[in-house]
Design a protein around this ligand. Structure first.
Ligand code: ADP
Ligand code: MG
Length: 556
């Protein structure tokens, strides 16, 4: 028997992960069942491509067996199993996913629905178990092996007797402590509940031996307790179900089960279209910005299924860039199964679906803004920048789609407001939508340039992000009102007339100041917008001081 150590990084990772990724211990079962389902999917896939194998659905199942006396919980599957090497590699290295490798190897062939990809799920078992034993026999192999580990300090591996191909995972459930109760993971009723909650749509039966009361013979009043093998999960995918049958929790569980994110979704959108192109989709707006969201590493896309079979993990063509934060899946029976990536891009059906989805997302966001302002603000905090970026890119082609979803901080309301709200409050004589730029609201508030506009009682939008002003420049107008920076030359305010007189009066002073400042300024003029500050800088053209800073900071 050999003893191998986990790699040093693995040790640290293991502890970190166990304590941080999962908020609930019960998800260990979801992870182990997902792995079992993946293992069966792999056999199913092999059978599609290998004539010597047949796949008879009823031979494949997952079984969950609690044993209170021995304090063990066993998860059996009839999947593809693991060789000695695979046990070592896939269970001995954290973040190593045999499933991901499998998906990559077989990428160009038919699809299937393998869930695993991160290579961490298995270790969730250590949240509830002191010892984890894995007995596995790989497809096409004569010898089975036993892998065993007590957690962070390594694992042992040795040959073992096992008749059938597949895997058995035995968890030695932890003893209760003062703070944590582990008995629940041996309780039949509780286990059924956890399976239902997380693994209801697993496509293979998850079985358990369940005690049931049965009438004795014909005498209906007398019952006896018998053990019956039951299938716990309903197996029908969530997106095929009727919206009215599903709860928010069901959608949240699906989000977690699919690893769309570690957060809770802010909103779900369930679409079922029976038009020229038939499709179902479940889309999510996440609550939190993924850590790599605003980097080049982030990949947008939705899972694409053809008739229940996954054909693409991340189909980017289904989402415009400005909605790249949306997660979820689309299933259509109108896509052909053997579709290649190349063909997908030119697929007419796919384009129709994408357009349709885009409209739905827009409408849902508008509804959120209208009916659940607080939630919308949360969303905007996480992804507003992407919307503004969307306005700016593509030469303003998305103006119509996005302008009513934008929000900016208002000098009057002291919170984020929409352009619609701004315009609806404008006094009759106000010509422009005013904005001011700066590092923070506090600093903008103190800008001398804002004084005149604020004094007139006009609302000013405070722009603090670089992208804000670029987006506004691209919009140019909203409801025919032009945007105007408070530091631009002509503010369109009646007090402007007075300044000409002042300029005449102090002509000499101005000329002297100009000659002293020299090249540093273009002109020295009387200002009509100052009240408490003696002087301020302003720009003549369309570029404001803030924008100039950004442009100067850009590499050439
Ligand atoms: P992931 O499922 O994201 O790949 P896991 O940590 O859950 O990561 O599992 C790691 C790997 O171990 C899987 O990718 C798979 O190759 C292998 N594995 C785990 N459980 C089983 C199982 N029951 N049968 C066959 N292989 C398994
Ligand atoms: Mg897994």
């Amino acid at each position: 028997m050999e003893k191998k150590e986990f790699q040093a990084e693995s040790k640290r990772l293991l502890e970190m992960m166990i304590n941080s990724i999962y908020t609930k211990k019960e998800v260990f079962l979801r992870e182990l069942i997902s792995n079992a389902s993946d293992a069966i999917d792999k056999i199913y896939y092999k059978a599609l491509t290998d004539d010597s194998l047949t796949f008879q659905k009823d031979q494949y199942y997952i079984k969950v067996i609690p044993n209170k006396e021995k304090r063990t919980l066993t998860i059996v599957d009839t999947g593809i199993g693991m060789t000695k090497e695979e046990l070592e590699e896939n269970l001995g290295t954290i973040a190593k996913s045999g499933s991901l490798a499998f998906k990559k190897e077989n990428e160009l062939k038919d699809g299937y629905d393998i869930i695993g990809q991160f290579g961490v799920g298995f270790y969730a078992a250590f949240m509830v178990a002191d010892v984890v034993t894995v007995i596995s026999k790989a497809l096409g192999s004569d010898q089975a092996y036993k892998w065993e580990s007590k957690g962070a300090d390594g694992f042992t591996i040795e040959p073992y007797e096992k008749e059938e191909v597949g895997t058995e995972i035995i968890l030695k459930i932890k003893e209760n402590t003062e703070d944590d109760n582990y008995d629940e993971f041996l309780d039949e009723y509780r286990l059924k509940q956890i399976i239902k909650k997380y693994s209801d749509f697993i496509r293979y039966p998850i079985k358990m031996d369940v005690k049931v009361q049965k009438p004795k013979n014909e005498n209906e009043n007398e019952f006896e307790e018998v053990v019956e093998e039951q299938t716990i999960n309903s197996m029908v995918p969530i997106w095929r179900k009727n919206k009215s049958e599903l709860t928010d929790e069901d959608y949240e569980n699906f989000y977690a089960e699919k690893h769309y994110g570690f957060d809770k979704p802010l909103k779900h959108i369930h679409i079922s279209v029976d038009g020229t192109v038939r499709y179902q989709a479940i889309l999510y707006i996440p609550e939190k910005t993924p850590f790599n969201y605003y980097t080049a590493e982030y990949e947008k896309g939705l899972e694409l299924y053809s008739n229940g079979v996954l054909i693409m993990n991340k189909c980017p063509d289904l989402l415009p860039d400005y909605f790249s934060f949306v997660k979820g899946m689309v299933d259509s029976e109108d896509l052909s199964l053997n579709i290649s990536r190349e063909m997908l891009q030119h697929d007419k059906q796919l384009k129709i679906i994408a357009k349709n989805i885009q409209n739905k997302i827009k409408r849902e966001l508008e509804n959120l803004l209208k009916n659940q302002r607080e939630k919308y603000e949360k969303f905007y905090e996480a992804f507003g920048r992407q919307l503004k970026y969307g306005v700016y890119s593509d030469f303003g082609a998305n103006k119509e789609t996005l302008q009513d979803l934008l929000m900016f901080y208002s000098s009057k309301e002291k919170k984020l407001v929409t352009l619609q709200e701004y315009v609806s409050r404008m006094p009759e004589e106000q010509k422009y939508i005013y904005y001011a730029t700066g590092d923070s609201y506090e600093r903008i508030e103190k800008l001398p340039q804002t004084e005149l506009v604020a004094d007139k009682g006009y609302e000013i939008l405070y722009l603090t992000e670089d992208i804000d002003e670029f987006a506004i420049k691209m919009l140019m107008t909203y409801k025919e009102k032009e945007f105007k920076s408070v530091s631009s030359g002509d503010l369109g305010i009646s007090e402007e007339e007075n300044k000409k007189e002042t300029e005449k009066e102090h002509k000499e002073l101005f000329e002297q100041m100009k000659s002293i400042l020299g090249d540093k300024v273009k002109d020295v003029r009387a200002s009509k917008r100052l009240k408490t500050h003696p002087v301020c800088l302003s720009t003549d053209g369309e570029i404001t001081i803030e924008m100039e800073k950004v442009l100067n900071a850009m590499p050439n």
